[in-house]
Design a protein around this ligand. Structure first.
Ligand code: C2E
Ligand code: CA
Ligand code: CA
Length: 454
C-alpha cells in the first residue's frame, strides 16, 4: 500500500503542508501536524481535488483511548509527550503524501489521497498495531490504544460530510470498547445506530443469564509457581458456555461489566473459587486460590457480605483466598472500595494488584492499598530478555513491590529465557503457559499430584 503511486491531478493546488514554515501558527506545536483549522482547510482542498479527479480520498480519524487517564496520571506534560510519541508512530506508518492534522487534544485526522476502501482499512489496522505498542513515560510502561474511524470520499461529497462520516465511524469504534477500527458504512445504519452491536451484546448478556441459571459457567485454574517450583497460588478464571461453545472472556467480561451482571458473576466466582479451595484442602493439597474481583463488586456495600458468605459456606481458611483487583481500581480508591479492601484484609484474605504497570496507575496510591501481592502485566514479560529497558523496569517494580511488603508475580511467562530473566530481576513467582495453561479442576488436581510425586 505504501508504494501505491500517488498521481496528483494536474491542476492540484498547493497544499498547506507543502507551503507552511515550521513555526507557522497553523501547525500544532506538539506534533508538527496541521492544527484543527488548517486541517479543515486541507480537507476542503483535498476533497475538492478528489471530486474533480475522481481519485478517492481516504479520511482516517484516530482518537486515543482513555487519554483523560493519561493526563490525570502524568499531568499535561506527560500527556503531551504521549501525544508526540503517538504522532511519531502515525507518521511512521502513513506515507508522506498524507495530510496529518491534530483536531483535538487526543484526536488526529489523516487525509490520504488515492486510497481505496481495502487499502485504507489495511492502513488503519497497521495504525492500531503501531499505536498499541507499549510506550514508556518516565519509568512507567503504558499500553496506549486508539479508536479509528475510516471514510472514503464519495464523489461529490462535501468535506464536512466526509469528516462527519469518519468521526461517526470512530465514535462507533469507541462505543464497541475502543482499540478497534470501524469503516464508515459498516457501522450500524443511522437511525438504527447500535442495533447490531446491541443485538450481539444482548446475545452475550442472555447467554450469561442462561449460564448463571443453568450451569453454563465454569472456573478454570492456572497455577502460579514460586521460583523454587512450589505452587505459590492458583488463579481461578471464569469460563462461560453458550450452546456448547465457549464464549471468549475478552467478549463476555466487558458485557458483564457494562450490564452490571459482573456483580452476580463475580459472586458466583467467589462462591465456586472458595469451594474449590476447600476441596483442594480436603484432597491434601492446600493451595492459595486467587479469585478475580471487578470494580463493580468492590463498589457495592454488599461485597463484604458476599465474601463472608463464601468463606463460611465453603468453610475455608481466609488465608487460602486471595482477591485479584485490577490496577485501574487504584486510580479511584473511593471510600467504599477502601473500606471493603480493609475489611477483606482484616478477615485474613490476601489482596493482589492485577495487570500492574500498564494501567496508568498512580504510584502514590499504591502505598494506601493493603495489598499483599503485585502481579506484573504480561506486556513486560513478552519483550524479555532482549528489551533491557523493560528488564530494568521489571527489576525496579519488583523491588518496589517487595519493599512495600508484597509478593511479586510476573504474568504471561511463555519461555525458559523469559523465566531466567525474571529470576534475574528478582521476582518471587511467575504464571504463564510455560508452566501450565488454565485447566479444569480435575486436571489441576492431577497436575498437582503428579508434581508432588516428582
Ligand atoms: P487476567 O486476570 O489477567 O487473567 C490472566 C489471563 O492471561 C487469562 O486469560 C489467562 O488465560 C491468560 N494467560 C495466562 N498465561 C498466559 C501466557 O503465558 N500467555 C498469554 N498470552 N496469556 C496467558 P483469560 O482466561 O482469557 O481471562 C481474561 C481476563 O478475564 C482475566 O485476565 C480477567 O481480567 C478476566 N476474568 C477472568 N475470570 C474472571 C472473574 O471470575 N471475574 C472477573 N471480574 N474477571 C475475570
Ligand atoms: Ca487476574
Ligand atoms: Ca492479570
Amino acid at each position: 500500500m505504501i508504494d501505491h503511486p500517488y498521481r496528483p491531478p494536474p491542476e492540484r493546488p498547493q497544499r498547506y503542508f507543502d507551503t507552511m514554515p515550521v513555526a507557522d501558527p497553523l501547525l500544532d506545536p506538539i506534533t508538527g501536524f496541521l492544527n484543527r483549522k488548517a486541517g479543515l482547510r486541507a480537507a476542503a482542498i483535498l476533497v475538492a481535488e478528489s471530486n474533480t479527479s475522481h481519485i478517492p480520498l481516504g479520511t482516517i480519524w484516530v482518537d486515543i483511548d482513555r487519554f483523560r487517564q493519561v493526563n490525570e496520571s502524568f499531568g499535561h506534560r506527560g500527556g503531551d509527550r504521549v501525544i508526540a510519541l503517538i504522532a511519531e508512530r502515525i507518521r511512521a506508518v502513513v506515507r508522506l503524501q498524507c495530510e496529518y492534522s491534530r483536531t483535538g487534544s487526543d484526536e488526529f485526522v489523516l487525509l490520504v489521497p488515492a486510497i481505496d476502501h481495502a487499502e485504507a482499512e489495511q492502513l488503519a489496522r497497521r495504525l492500531l498495531v503501531e499505536i498499541e505498542r507499549p510506550l514508556r513515560i518516565d519509568t512507567i510502561l503504558i499500553r496506549p490504544s486508539a479508536s479509528i474511524g475510516v471514510a472514503i470520499n464519495q464523489i461529490g461529497e462535501n468535506p464536512i460530510a466526509l469528516l462527519e462520516r469518519a468521526d461517526r465511524a470512530m465514535v462507533e469504534a469507541k462505543r464497541q470498547g475502543g482499540n478497534r477500527l470501524v469503516m464508515s458504512g459498516d457501522e450500524p445504519l443511522t437511525g438504527r445506530l447500535g442495533v447490531q452491536l446491541a443485538r450481539e451484546e444482548l446475545a452475550i448478556e442472555s447467554a450469561l443469564h442462561a449460564a448463571l441459571e443453568s450451569g453454563g459457567l465454569r472456573l478454570d485454574f492456572q497455577p502460579i509457581l514460586g521460583l523454587d517450583g512450589r505452587v505459590e497460588a492458583v488463579e481461578a478464571l471464569m469460563r462461560c458456555y453458550a450452546n456448547g461453545q465457549q464464549v471468549d472472556p475478552a467478549r463476555f467480561i466487558p458485557v458483564a461489566e457494562k450490564t452490571g451482571l459482573i456483580v452476580r458473576l463475580g459472586e458466583w466466582s467467589l462462591l465456586q473459587g472458595t469451594r474449590c479451595a476447600a476441596r483442594l484442602c480436603r484432597q491434601g493439597t492446600p493451595t492459595k486460590l486467587a479469585i478475580n474481583v471487578s470494580r463493580a463488586q468492590l463498589l457495592s456495600p454488599r461485597f463484604i457480605q458476599a465474601l463472608h458468605g463464601a468463606l463460611i459456606c465453603a468453610d475455608v481458611p481466609p488465608a487460602l483466598i486471595e482477591l485479584e483487583l485490577t490496577e485501574s481500581l487504584i486510580m479511584d480508591l473511593s471510600e467504599t472500595v477502601q473500606a471493603n479492601l480493609r475489611t477483606a484484609r482484616e478477615v485474613g484474605v490476601g489482596l493482589a494488584i492485577d495487570d500492574f504497570g500498564t494501567g496508568y496507575s498512580c504510584l502514590s496510591n499504591l502505598k494506601d492499598l493493603p495489598a499483599t501481592k503485585l502481579k506484573l502485566d504480561r506486556a513486560f514479560v513478552g519483550v524479555l530478555p532482549d528489551d533491557r529497558r523493560s528488564f530494568a523496569i521489571v527489576k525496579g517494580m519488583t523491588r518496589l513491590g517487595q519493599e512495600l511488603g508484597m509478593i511479586v508475580v510476573a504474568e504471561g511467562v511463555e519461555t525458559d529465557t523469559q523465566l531466567a530473566a525474571l529470576a534475574e530481576a528478582g521476582v518471587d513467582a511467575s504464571q504463564g503457559f510455560l508452566h501450565a495453561r488454565p485447566m479444569t479442576e480435575d486436571a489441576l488436581l492431577a497436575w498437582m499430584k503428579q508434581r508432588e510425586q516428582k
